[in-house]
Design a binder for this molecule. Structure first.
Ligand SMILES: [Zn+2]
Length: 473
């Protein structure tokens, strides 16, 4: 166990709220836990003379809770997916999945997933992320990556029945794999790893899988996370299909999917009434603004209204490698250009979505999300030296500058669970060179594999559908 003092912090932000900023503050960490927070003067007197305490000088740094990426796919690398230009994506989200995303999943193995997980985690850590929720197949690969990285991970083992992926699992296979992952990995690695049930979307899973998945979540008292209403065409088809049931959301409610353990990624195409219903049921929404502003989604969750309705909103990248500071910027500004009545997202709110609310969204708020005595020490420090985007910020303008999308690369120090994983811009655990070299090889393998498959398919979709979308059984 080690002791650390984050000392002389120019700005210490224990919580994402303007009133919480402390100038010249300090944080004392003993083992995994934050033991004291206060003024540098006071904590210096107590701890600076203790030879066992390692001092981290933060006189030119902003110190914050570690960022929480509440929805990512660590094995999905968007810049290596084959779509060249957005205009090639014509058929909405199903077309995008069949031709772009699922083929990448068809190539994944346990081994290459491990490499991709590590590379993606390395990128996240470099940009201030201490907790990542990973929606991906091959849960054992996620476990091994979590074990090596020592980052906090929420595992969302992918389940899908409309296509057969390289894990070659059917409905029963996915349910047993998820149950095994919960038994083996929930609260593993001294609590760094947790697991939730994850059917990928209601439109590409059988109703049976959706309902049995929720039974699993109830049985093991874990969350139930799924994409929902990510794209306009998905929402339109779902509402048309269940028009006689009062619309898609009413149908999902009828089959028991709207609960306080439900986590919905995106939720981009709901109106005010639907948002109120989701809020009433205690469901959580994860906002993924970059992905939603992309070519096939073109719709963004009505976050100002979700917040007004009292909903817990987390923030996610929805794919690697993206920067949570970029998501914060979009979460602040994107709503200003949406044609909706309420547009205000105050400058501190995106950081709250990426810290306190993100922790609450993933049932981790008893451990992380704020810097508080008794909580786990997940802490980041942003360098102000040569940081032209932030160095002139004042206390009054700090949140605006933190959320302006420029800060990720300036994260100098990252601590997770009391362990320093990055110090003065250098990794302490990751071998960046070796991981990058391996992943370059993997990408070359993927490109070669993709070209061969494309030829073999002779113009057909890259992946066959196993059953109709919105399957009933
Ligand atoms: Zn996603």
């Amino acid at each position: 166990m080690s002791k650390f003092l984050f000392n002389n912090c120019k700005y210490l932000v224990p919580k994402a709220h303007p009133e919480s900023i402390i100038e010249n503050g300090a944080v004392f960490v003993d083992g995994k836990t934050i033991k004291e927070i206060g003024s540098s003067e006071e904590l210096n007197r107590k701890f600076q003379i203790d030879p066992e305490v390692e001092i981290i000088d933060c006189s030119e740094k902003v110190v914050l809770p570690g960022l929480i990426d509440s929805h990512n796919h660590l094995t999905t690398f968007h810049h290596h997916l084959p779509h060249a230009v957005p205009s090639e994506i014509g058929g909405g989200i199903e077309d995008e999945m069949l031709n772009q995303v699922w083929p990448a999943y068809l190539w994944l193995t346990d081994e290459n997933s491990y490499d991709l997980n590590l590379w993606s985690l390395m990128h996240s850590l470099k940009h201030g992320v201490t907790t990542t929720a990973n929606a991906a197949p091959f849960p054992d690969a996620t476990f091994r990556a979590a074990e090596l990285s020592r980052m906090r991970i929420v595992m969302h083992p992918l389940m899908v029945t409309s296509v057969r992926l390289s894990d070659n699992l059917d409905e029963d296979g996915y349910l047993s794999q998820t149950e095994e992952a919960i038994k083996n990995y929930h609260h593993a690695l001294e609590g760094l790893l947790t697991v939730a049930v994850h059917p990928s979307w209601p439109w590409n899973c059988t109703r049976n899988l959706l309902v049995k998945g929720m039974e699993l979540a109830h049985r093991y008292d874990v969350q139930y996370a799924t994409h929902l209403f990510e794209a306009p065409d998905e929402a339109k088809r779902a509402n048309a299909l269940w028009a006689d049931r009062g619309g898609a959301l009413q149908y999902l409610d009828d089959i028991g999917l709207l609960t306080s353990r439900s986590v919905f990624f995106h939720a981009s195409n709901f109106n005010e009434k639907e948002i109120e219903k989701i809020a009433e049921r205690g469901c959580v929404v994860i906002h993924n603004p970059e992905c939603n502003a992309g070519a096939w989604n073109r719709s963004v969750a009505y976050i100002p209204y979700c917040l007004e309705a009292g909903m817990t909103v987390g923030l996610g990248t929805d794919g690697a490698p993206r920067d949570m500071f970029g998501q914060m910027m979009l979460a602040q500004y994107l709503h200003n250009v949406m044609p909706r009545e309420k547009v205000t997202v105050d400058p501190w709110m995106p950081l709250e979505m990426a810290t306190g609310s993100g922790a609450k969204a993933l049932w981790l708020d008893n451990l992380v999300g704020t810097l508080e005595v008794g909580k786990r020490a997940d802490i980041i420090a942003i360098d102000l030296v040569n940081n032209t985007g932030l160095e002139v910020a004042r206390k009054e303008t700090l949140f605006r500058f933190l959320s302006n999308g420029q800060q990720g690369a300036f994260v100098a120090d990252v601590m997770v669970d009391g362990l320093i994983l990055r110090r003065d811009h250098e990794f302490t655990i990751f071998d960046e060179e070796a991981i990058t070299a391996r992943v370059r090889e993997r990408f070359a393998e993927f490109q070669a594999w993709y070209q061969i498959r494309r030829k073999k398919r002779k113009g057909k979709p890259m992946v066959d559908l196993e059953h109709e979308e919105f399957a009933k059984v």
